[in-house]
Each structure stands twice: as C-alpha cells, then as structure tokens.
Design a protein. Structure first.
Length: 189
C-alpha cells in the first residue's frame, strides 16, 4: 500500500466523473483529503483490479482515436495554461498520457463527417458531461446538419443511455434503436 499522490487523486476524480454512481465516493475522497491534509491520503493497492481492464480499453480507444503530440513540452505548456484557467482540477486533462508514446498504428482512419451520408444520426448529450462538454455535442450535431437530431439531457456523467437515468431520454433512444424512430426536431429531456 502507498499513499495516493496528486496525479492519482486527479485521475481518480476524473474517472469518477464518468458515472454519477461514483460521485459519492469521489466526494468522500475529497472530504477525507480536506479533513486531514497532512496525511498521505487514502491508500491504494498495488494489486490488479477490475479497473485495470477498463483503463486499458479506454487507452486503446483514446490513443487510437487521433494523433497525439509526442513532445512533452506541448503538454507542459498545456498544463501551465490549464492550471491558470482551471485551478480546481489542476490541469489533469491537459497532462501527458500514455497516448503520447503509443506504439500501435491506428487500425482504421477516423470517420469523416461529410456533406453526404446517413440521414438518421441521433446525438445524445448530457448538459453536464465532464468528459464531452455539451458544446461538443452541439458542434457534431451542427456538422451533420439536417441529417441528425440532438437529444440534450438534463443530467451528468458520460453515458446518456444505459448509464443514464432520465426516463425521457431512455424512451427517445430506445425508440430510435429499436424502432428506427428519429425525433422530428432537436429535443430536450
């Protein structure tokens, strides 16, 4: 066992924001750190956990999604900038990740969003998604134009369907997946 360092603390906070089910545990970790700032913090086990597999899958998808800068100076500058802009979270999102040193080539190129293509794209987006901000959902919906609909959900976390609990959103997405029914216009739940 060893104490939880700053990087692990920030990573744990980041990961916990994916799903509202994790919010309480994250809050308890923050509270424990505030109540006892002189301690080494919560302890973590050096043994493998179920989280290891999820992290591996996350990295495989993320690192193969786009090209990542390999120069550590790029990340150092981003961390400095984000530390000023976002002092609470530090700059965890801007810091270097294993993707900077990823050895595998992409298995397929990114899918381009072009003028022609499918006309039945449903973009489902939480208003308070800490991983993909609402503005990103709006941008991709705008890029698709009349070929897509944006379902904006009053919720948080990084999973509107299955992980989400908004009944309206679950119904809209189920209708889309099971019956092929697209909303006539952008929709809010």
């Amino acid at each position: 066992m060893q104490g939880l360092d700053g990087r692990s603390f920030r990573l744990g906070t980041f990961v916990s924001l994916y799903n509202p089910v994790s919010y309480e545990a994250a809050a308890q970790t923050w509270k424990a750190s505030l109540d006892n700032p002189a301690s080494e913090g919560p302890t973590v086990s050096k043994t493998l956990s179920a989280f290891d597999n999820s992290w591996s899958v996350f990295l495989a998808v993320t690192c193969n999604d786009v090209e990542w800068p390999r120069d550590p100076d790029v990340y150092e500058q981003a961390v400095d900038e984000d530390r000023e802009k976002f002092p609470l979270f530090g700059a965890a999102g801007a810091n270097i990740m294993p993707c900077a040193y990823w050895q595998l080539e992409r298995s397929e190129p990114p899918v381009p969003v072009e003028a022609d293509g499918l006309t039945n794209v449903l973009v489902a987006q939480h208003r308070r998604d800490p991983v993909t901000p609402l503005s990103n959902g709006e941008l991709i919906n705008n890029k698709f134009g009349d070929r897509s609909r944006l379902l904006t959900v009053d919720g948080s976390g990084h999973g509107v369907y299955v992980l989400g609990s908004n009944e309206c959103a679950q119904d809209v997405i189920t209708d889309y997946l099971v019956n092929g029914i697209m909303p006539e216009a952008d929709r809010s739940c």
